[in-house]
Design a protein around this ligand. Structure first.
Ligand SMILES: [Zn+2]
Length: 146
């Protein structure tokens, strides 16, 4: 059974020792896996965050042009990073769109023209409005339990 790598999106065959493998074995994707594990750890473990970022700040102040030089010397690295960041942005966009679809209520908006009014964080409708035309492509909840 092949899986899709979370970093590069290529299909890969998980190693038999690691049935839950979600990143392919290329060094770049393994780095991405470690990066994302570290990010998760930073979010969830405040102590780890403190130690790690103090250490890094000190190192970075002594090596301020390290990454600039590294990027200049490794154009492939920068291209690849840009590509992977675009993938992450795309996934986030898709996640936001998906939230709209799973809002819970059966969705039965007919096609037609609507007035779209921005609402501020405190729930007050802005005076500006757009007239938008919405065309319903498929009735998502047509066969939900009635
Ligand atoms: Zn990969």
């Amino acid at each position: 059974m092949s899986k899709r790598c979370k970093a590069c999106g290529q299909d890969f065959r998980p190693r038999p020792q690691v049935p839950k493998q979600t990143y392919c074995s290329t060094p770049e994707c393994q780095r991405e896996r470690r990066r994302s594990t570290q990010q998760k750890k930073r979010r969830e473990d405040p102590d780890y965050l403190g130690n790690d970022s103090d250490y890094y700040k000190e190192w970075a102040s002594k090596n301020s042009d390290y990454w600039k030089r590294y990027r200049e010397d490794h154009p492939d690295y920068t291209d690849r990073n840009r590509q992977m960041q675009q993938n992450r942005n795309q996934k986030q966009r898709e996640a936001r769109i998906a939230k709209v679809d799973v809002s819970g209520q059966p969705f039965s908006l007919p096609s037609g023209r609507y007035r779209l009014t921005p609402i501020t964080a405190d729930g007050i409708a802005n005076e500006d409005a757009w007239i938008v035309e919405i065309t319903v492509l498929s009735a998502l909840c047509e066969d939900s339990e009635a």
